[in-house]
Design a protein around this ligand. Structure first.
Ligand SMILES: Nc1ncnc2c1ncn2[C@@H]1O[C@H](COP(=O)(O)OP(=O)(O)O)[C@@H](O)[C@H]1O
Ligand SMILES: [Mg+2]
Length: 352
Protein backbone atom coordinates (compact mmCIF):
# COMPACT_ATOMS: atom_id res chain seq x y z
CA UNK A 1 0.00 0.00 0.00
CA UNK A 2 1.42 3.45 -0.81
CA UNK A 3 2.56 5.24 2.33
CA UNK A 4 0.24 8.26 1.88
CA UNK A 5 -2.77 5.96 1.69
CA UNK A 6 -1.52 4.01 4.71
CA UNK A 7 -1.13 7.21 6.75
CA UNK A 8 -4.68 8.25 5.77
CA UNK A 9 -6.13 4.89 6.77
CA UNK A 10 -4.19 4.89 10.10
CA UNK A 11 -5.55 8.36 10.74
CA UNK A 12 -9.11 7.15 10.11
CA UNK A 13 -8.63 4.20 12.49
CA UNK A 14 -7.30 6.44 15.28
CA UNK A 15 -10.11 8.96 14.75
CA UNK A 16 -12.74 6.21 14.84
CA UNK A 17 -11.22 4.73 18.04
CA UNK A 18 -11.20 8.16 19.69
CA UNK A 19 -14.82 8.91 18.69
CA UNK A 20 -15.80 5.49 20.02
CA UNK A 21 -13.97 6.18 23.33
CA UNK A 22 -15.59 9.60 23.66
CA UNK A 23 -19.04 8.08 23.05
CA UNK A 24 -18.37 5.27 25.57
CA UNK A 25 -17.21 7.80 28.19
CA UNK A 26 -20.30 9.91 27.51
CA UNK A 27 -22.64 6.93 27.96
CA UNK A 28 -20.87 5.70 31.11
CA UNK A 29 -20.81 9.23 32.55
CA UNK A 30 -24.52 9.68 31.88
CA UNK A 31 -25.56 6.30 33.26
CA UNK A 32 -23.50 6.52 36.45
CA UNK A 33 -24.18 8.64 39.48
CA UNK A 34 -22.96 12.28 39.73
CA UNK A 35 -20.33 11.14 42.23
CA UNK A 36 -18.54 9.00 39.59
CA UNK A 37 -16.46 11.39 37.49
CA UNK A 38 -16.13 9.24 34.36
CA UNK A 39 -15.78 12.40 32.24
CA UNK A 40 -12.23 12.83 33.54
CA UNK A 41 -11.28 9.99 31.16
CA UNK A 42 -11.77 12.46 28.31
CA UNK A 43 -8.30 13.78 29.22
CA UNK A 44 -6.83 10.41 28.20
CA UNK A 45 -8.64 10.78 24.86
CA UNK A 46 -7.15 14.26 24.49
CA UNK A 47 -3.65 12.94 25.19
CA UNK A 48 -3.98 10.30 22.47
CA UNK A 49 -5.55 12.87 20.13
CA UNK A 50 -2.68 15.36 20.47
CA UNK A 51 -0.27 12.56 19.68
CA UNK A 52 -1.97 11.48 16.44
CA UNK A 53 -4.32 14.19 15.16
CA UNK A 54 -3.85 17.61 13.65
CA UNK A 55 -4.41 20.85 15.57
CA UNK A 56 -7.94 21.43 14.25
CA UNK A 57 -9.09 17.88 14.94
CA UNK A 58 -7.71 18.10 18.50
CA UNK A 59 -9.51 21.40 19.10
CA UNK A 60 -12.78 20.03 17.67
CA UNK A 61 -12.47 16.91 19.81
CA UNK A 62 -11.81 19.02 22.92
CA UNK A 63 -14.95 21.07 22.25
CA UNK A 64 -16.93 17.86 21.67
CA UNK A 65 -15.64 16.38 24.96
CA UNK A 66 -16.59 19.53 26.87
CA UNK A 67 -20.05 19.66 25.28
CA UNK A 68 -20.67 15.95 25.96
CA UNK A 69 -19.46 16.31 29.56
CA UNK A 70 -21.95 19.16 30.13
CA UNK A 71 -24.70 17.24 28.29
CA UNK A 72 -24.10 14.15 30.39
CA UNK A 73 -24.33 16.34 33.52
CA UNK A 74 -27.75 17.50 32.35
CA UNK A 75 -28.86 13.97 31.44
CA UNK A 76 -27.51 12.11 34.50
CA UNK A 77 -30.59 10.96 36.44
CA UNK A 78 -29.16 10.25 39.90
CA UNK A 79 -26.75 11.54 42.58
CA UNK A 80 -25.87 14.68 44.50
CA UNK A 81 -26.33 17.62 42.11
CA UNK A 82 -23.62 19.74 43.82
CA UNK A 83 -20.99 17.01 43.57
CA UNK A 84 -22.00 16.53 39.95
CA UNK A 85 -21.49 20.23 39.28
CA UNK A 86 -18.04 20.20 40.89
CA UNK A 87 -17.00 17.01 39.04
CA UNK A 88 -18.21 18.40 35.73
CA UNK A 89 -16.32 21.64 36.39
CA UNK A 90 -13.12 19.73 37.19
CA UNK A 91 -13.52 17.54 34.08
CA UNK A 92 -14.12 20.52 31.80
CA UNK A 93 -11.05 22.33 33.18
CA UNK A 94 -8.94 19.15 32.90
CA UNK A 95 -10.01 18.57 29.28
CA UNK A 96 -9.28 22.20 28.41
CA UNK A 97 -5.85 22.17 30.10
CA UNK A 98 -4.87 18.83 28.55
CA UNK A 99 -5.86 20.01 25.08
CA UNK A 100 -4.03 23.32 25.55
CA UNK A 101 -0.80 21.71 26.80
CA UNK A 102 -0.97 19.00 24.16
CA UNK A 103 -1.35 21.55 21.38
CA UNK A 104 1.48 23.66 22.77
CA UNK A 105 3.73 20.58 22.80
CA UNK A 106 2.68 19.85 19.24
CA UNK A 107 3.64 23.40 18.22
CA UNK A 108 7.04 23.00 19.86
CA UNK A 109 7.56 19.67 18.07
CA UNK A 110 6.67 21.27 14.76
CA UNK A 111 9.19 24.04 15.43
CA UNK A 112 11.91 21.53 16.26
CA UNK A 113 11.11 19.63 13.07
CA UNK A 114 11.30 22.82 11.03
CA UNK A 115 14.58 23.84 12.68
CA UNK A 116 16.03 20.42 11.93
CA UNK A 117 14.98 20.68 8.29
CA UNK A 118 16.56 24.12 8.07
CA UNK A 119 19.83 22.81 9.49
CA UNK A 120 19.85 19.94 6.99
CA UNK A 121 19.25 22.41 4.16
CA UNK A 122 22.06 24.69 5.36
CA UNK A 123 24.43 21.73 5.79
CA UNK A 124 23.68 20.65 2.23
CA UNK A 125 24.30 24.16 0.93
CA UNK A 126 27.56 24.43 2.88
CA UNK A 127 28.77 21.11 1.50
CA UNK A 128 27.85 22.25 -1.99
CA UNK A 129 29.60 25.59 -1.44
CA UNK A 130 32.69 23.84 -0.12
CA UNK A 131 32.69 21.42 -3.01
CA UNK A 132 32.39 24.21 -5.56
CA UNK A 133 35.10 26.24 -3.87
CA UNK A 134 37.45 23.26 -3.57
CA UNK A 135 37.04 22.43 -7.24
CA UNK A 136 37.76 26.05 -8.14
CA UNK A 137 40.74 26.10 -5.77
CA UNK A 138 42.31 22.85 -6.94
CA UNK A 139 41.75 23.36 -10.65
CA UNK A 140 42.81 26.98 -10.83
CA UNK A 141 46.51 26.03 -10.88
CA UNK A 142 46.47 23.69 -13.88
CA UNK A 143 44.08 26.11 -15.63
CA UNK A 144 46.51 29.00 -15.15
CA UNK A 145 49.33 26.79 -16.45
CA UNK A 146 47.24 25.85 -19.51
CA UNK A 147 46.54 29.51 -20.26
CA UNK A 148 50.24 30.38 -19.91
CA UNK A 149 51.30 27.51 -22.20
CA UNK A 150 48.67 28.48 -24.76
CA UNK A 151 50.00 32.06 -24.75
CA UNK A 152 53.57 30.81 -25.15
CA UNK A 153 52.57 28.43 -27.96
CA UNK A 154 50.85 31.27 -29.80
CA UNK A 155 53.93 33.47 -29.50
CA UNK A 156 56.22 30.72 -30.89
CA UNK A 157 53.90 30.25 -33.85
CA UNK A 158 53.32 33.91 -34.70
CA UNK A 159 56.99 34.84 -34.79
CA UNK A 160 58.36 35.84 -38.18
CA UNK A 161 60.09 32.46 -38.13
CA UNK A 162 57.73 30.16 -36.26
CA UNK A 163 59.37 27.77 -33.84
CA UNK A 164 57.28 24.63 -34.17
CA UNK A 165 59.43 22.65 -31.75
CA UNK A 166 58.78 25.04 -28.88
CA UNK A 167 55.14 25.41 -29.89
CA UNK A 168 54.77 21.62 -29.78
CA UNK A 169 56.35 21.55 -26.33
CA UNK A 170 53.76 24.12 -25.21
CA UNK A 171 50.98 21.94 -26.65
CA UNK A 172 52.38 18.95 -24.76
CA UNK A 173 52.35 20.97 -21.54
CA UNK A 174 48.73 21.91 -22.24
CA UNK A 175 47.82 18.24 -22.66
CA UNK A 176 49.65 17.29 -19.47
CA UNK A 177 48.01 20.06 -17.41
CA UNK A 178 44.56 19.31 -18.84
CA UNK A 179 45.00 15.65 -17.86
CA UNK A 180 46.08 16.76 -14.42
CA UNK A 181 43.03 19.00 -14.07
CA UNK A 182 40.71 16.14 -14.91
CA UNK A 183 42.57 13.83 -12.49
CA UNK A 184 42.16 16.45 -9.76
CA UNK A 185 38.45 16.75 -10.51
CA UNK A 186 38.17 13.00 -10.14
CA UNK A 187 39.90 13.17 -6.73
CA UNK A 188 37.73 16.08 -5.52
CA UNK A 189 34.67 14.08 -6.55
CA UNK A 190 35.96 11.10 -4.60
CA UNK A 191 36.63 13.27 -1.53
CA UNK A 192 33.16 14.81 -1.74
CA UNK A 193 31.58 11.36 -1.93
CA UNK A 194 33.68 10.17 0.98
CA UNK A 195 35.12 7.46 -1.24
CA UNK A 196 38.37 5.74 -0.36
CA UNK A 197 41.47 7.15 -2.12
CA UNK A 198 42.62 5.38 -5.29
CA UNK A 199 45.73 4.04 -3.56
CA UNK A 200 48.63 2.44 -5.36
CA UNK A 201 52.27 1.64 -4.74
CA UNK A 202 54.48 4.43 -6.06
CA UNK A 203 57.87 6.09 -5.79
CA UNK A 204 57.40 9.07 -3.48
CA UNK A 205 60.52 10.91 -4.64
CA UNK A 206 59.48 10.66 -8.29
CA UNK A 207 55.99 12.01 -7.46
CA UNK A 208 57.50 14.86 -5.43
CA UNK A 209 60.03 15.72 -8.15
CA UNK A 210 57.23 15.85 -10.70
CA UNK A 211 55.13 18.24 -8.65
CA UNK A 212 58.13 20.44 -7.84
CA UNK A 213 58.73 20.82 -11.59
CA UNK A 214 55.08 21.75 -12.11
CA UNK A 215 55.04 24.19 -9.20
CA UNK A 216 58.34 25.76 -10.22
CA UNK A 217 57.03 26.61 -13.66
CA UNK A 218 53.86 27.99 -12.11
CA UNK A 219 55.89 29.96 -9.54
CA UNK A 220 58.12 31.44 -12.23
CA UNK A 221 56.75 34.97 -11.85
CA UNK A 222 57.44 35.12 -8.12
CA UNK A 223 61.06 34.08 -8.66
CA UNK A 224 60.66 31.35 -6.06
CA UNK A 225 63.39 28.76 -5.83
CA UNK A 226 62.27 25.29 -4.78
CA UNK A 227 64.96 22.90 -3.56
CA UNK A 228 64.50 19.18 -3.20
CA UNK A 229 66.13 17.36 -0.31
CA UNK A 230 65.04 13.81 -1.03
CA UNK A 231 66.22 10.86 1.00
CA UNK A 232 67.77 8.15 -1.16
CA UNK A 233 66.48 4.59 -1.27
CA UNK A 234 63.11 5.25 0.32
CA UNK A 235 60.66 2.35 0.40
CA UNK A 236 57.68 2.72 -1.95
CA UNK A 237 54.65 4.60 -0.67
CA UNK A 238 51.10 3.27 -0.59
CA UNK A 239 48.64 6.11 -1.13
CA UNK A 240 46.77 8.03 -3.83
CA UNK A 241 49.62 9.46 -5.90
CA UNK A 242 47.60 12.34 -7.41
CA UNK A 243 46.23 13.31 -4.01
CA UNK A 244 49.71 13.31 -2.45
CA UNK A 245 50.85 15.57 -5.27
CA UNK A 246 47.87 17.82 -4.61
CA UNK A 247 48.95 18.18 -0.97
CA UNK A 248 52.56 19.01 -1.86
CA UNK A 249 51.38 21.45 -4.52
CA UNK A 250 49.08 23.22 -2.03
CA UNK A 251 51.84 23.43 0.59
CA UNK A 252 54.30 24.79 -1.97
CA UNK A 253 51.78 27.37 -3.14
CA UNK A 254 51.14 28.50 0.45
CA UNK A 255 54.89 28.76 1.10
CA UNK A 256 55.46 30.78 -2.08
CA UNK A 257 52.51 33.07 -1.30
CA UNK A 258 53.69 33.58 2.30
CA UNK A 259 57.29 34.37 1.31
CA UNK A 260 56.25 36.55 -1.64
CA UNK A 261 54.18 38.71 0.72
CA UNK A 262 57.39 39.83 2.46
CA UNK A 263 58.90 42.82 0.59
CA UNK A 264 62.40 42.37 -0.84
CA UNK A 265 62.50 38.69 0.03
CA UNK A 266 63.18 36.10 -2.63
CA UNK A 267 61.06 33.08 -1.79
CA UNK A 268 63.03 29.92 -1.03
CA UNK A 269 61.44 26.59 -0.30
CA UNK A 270 62.70 23.13 0.49
CA UNK A 271 60.83 19.89 0.04
CA UNK A 272 62.17 17.07 2.17
CA UNK A 273 61.36 13.36 2.07
CA UNK A 274 62.47 11.02 4.86
CA UNK A 275 61.77 7.63 6.35
CA UNK A 276 61.00 8.13 10.04
CA UNK A 277 60.06 5.11 12.16
CA UNK A 278 58.66 3.13 9.25
CA UNK A 279 56.64 6.09 8.00
CA UNK A 280 57.35 8.19 4.95
CA UNK A 281 57.35 11.88 5.78
CA UNK A 282 57.22 14.81 3.41
CA UNK A 283 57.94 18.34 4.63
CA UNK A 284 57.66 21.68 2.85
CA UNK A 285 59.59 24.54 4.46
CA UNK A 286 59.59 28.19 3.42
CA UNK A 287 61.47 31.36 4.36
CA UNK A 288 58.30 33.42 4.79
CA UNK A 289 57.09 35.16 7.94
CA UNK A 290 56.06 31.93 9.66
CA UNK A 291 52.77 31.24 11.37
CA UNK A 292 51.10 33.71 13.70
CA UNK A 293 49.42 32.36 16.84
CA UNK A 294 46.05 33.01 15.25
CA UNK A 295 47.04 31.21 12.06
CA UNK A 296 48.31 28.22 14.02
CA UNK A 297 44.91 27.95 15.66
CA UNK A 298 42.81 28.23 12.49
CA UNK A 299 45.05 26.76 9.77
CA UNK A 300 42.75 23.85 8.97
CA UNK A 301 39.44 25.66 9.41
CA UNK A 302 37.49 25.69 6.16
CA UNK A 303 37.34 29.18 4.60
CA UNK A 304 39.85 30.65 7.10
CA UNK A 305 42.22 32.81 5.07
CA UNK A 306 44.34 35.90 5.54
CA UNK A 307 44.68 36.50 1.81
CA UNK A 308 42.43 38.87 -0.12
CA UNK A 309 41.96 36.39 -2.96
CA UNK A 310 42.25 33.31 -0.75
CA UNK A 311 39.75 30.50 -0.50
CA UNK A 312 40.94 29.26 2.90
CA UNK A 313 40.50 25.70 1.69
CA UNK A 314 44.01 24.58 0.72
CA UNK A 315 44.98 23.26 4.14
CA UNK A 316 41.49 21.91 4.83
CA UNK A 317 41.80 19.85 1.65
CA UNK A 318 45.37 18.84 2.57
CA UNK A 319 44.30 17.54 5.94
CA UNK A 320 41.29 15.68 4.51
CA UNK A 321 43.51 14.04 1.88
CA UNK A 322 46.34 13.13 4.25
CA UNK A 323 43.97 11.60 6.79
CA UNK A 324 42.06 9.71 4.08
CA UNK A 325 45.43 8.23 3.08
CA UNK A 326 46.18 7.06 6.59
CA UNK A 327 48.52 9.89 7.62
CA UNK A 328 48.72 13.04 9.74
CA UNK A 329 49.70 16.61 8.93
CA UNK A 330 51.48 18.96 11.33
CA UNK A 331 53.62 22.10 11.49
CA UNK A 332 57.21 22.51 12.64
CA UNK A 333 59.64 25.40 12.86
CA UNK A 334 61.28 25.94 9.52
CA UNK A 335 65.08 25.79 9.16
CA UNK A 336 64.58 28.60 6.61
CA UNK A 337 62.95 30.84 9.20
CA UNK A 338 59.36 30.59 7.97
CA UNK A 339 56.76 27.85 8.28
CA UNK A 340 57.25 24.14 7.72
CA UNK A 341 54.38 21.75 7.08
CA UNK A 342 54.95 18.01 7.28
CA UNK A 343 52.80 14.95 6.71
CA UNK A 344 53.37 11.24 6.80
CA UNK A 345 52.22 8.29 4.72
CA UNK A 346 52.30 4.52 5.09
CA UNK A 347 55.02 2.58 3.26
CA UNK A 348 53.89 0.01 0.71
CA UNK A 349 54.41 -3.01 2.97
CA UNK A 350 52.03 -1.60 5.59
CA UNK A 351 48.99 -1.24 3.37
CA UNK A 352 45.82 -1.44 5.42
N1 LIG B 1 53.49 28.58 4.71
C1 LIG B 1 52.71 29.46 5.37
N2 LIG B 1 53.24 30.53 6.01
C2 LIG B 1 52.45 31.40 6.68
N3 LIG B 1 51.11 31.30 6.76
C3 LIG B 1 50.53 30.27 6.14
C4 LIG B 1 51.29 29.29 5.42
N4 LIG B 1 50.43 28.37 4.93
C5 LIG B 1 49.20 28.77 5.30
N5 LIG B 1 49.24 29.90 6.03
C6 LIG B 1 48.10 30.62 6.61
O1 LIG B 1 46.97 29.76 6.63
C7 LIG B 1 45.88 30.33 5.90
C8 LIG B 1 45.04 29.26 5.27
O2 LIG B 1 45.74 28.60 4.24
P1 LIG B 1 44.93 27.79 3.14
O3 LIG B 1 44.00 26.86 3.83
O4 LIG B 1 45.88 27.20 2.17
O5 LIG B 1 44.02 28.89 2.44
P2 LIG B 1 44.48 30.13 1.51
O6 LIG B 1 45.86 29.81 0.99
O7 LIG B 1 43.44 30.16 0.44
O8 LIG B 1 44.44 31.34 2.40
C9 LIG B 1 46.52 31.30 4.96
O9 LIG B 1 45.64 32.34 4.58
C10 LIG B 1 47.70 31.81 5.75
O10 LIG B 1 47.30 32.84 6.64
MG1 LIG C 1 46.41 27.97 0.20
Amino acid sequence: MPSAARIRSNYAVVLAALVFAVAAIFIADTLTDYAVAVAIFHTAVMLVATRFLGVRAVAALAVACVVLTCLSFVLTPSGDYKIGLINTGISVVAIGVTAYLGLKLKGAEAQIHEARERITRIARLTTLGQLTASIAHEVSQPLAAIAASAGAGRRWLTQPQPNTEKALAAVDRITRDADRASEILDRVRRLARNEAPASSIFDLNAAVTEIIALSSSAAGASGAVINADLSESLPAAFADRVQVQQVVSNLLLNGIEAASAVPKLSPRLTVTTRLVQDRLTVAVADNGPGLSAEAAEHLYDAFWTTKTGGFGLGLTICRTIVEANGGRIWTETSPLGGARFAFDLPVAGDKP
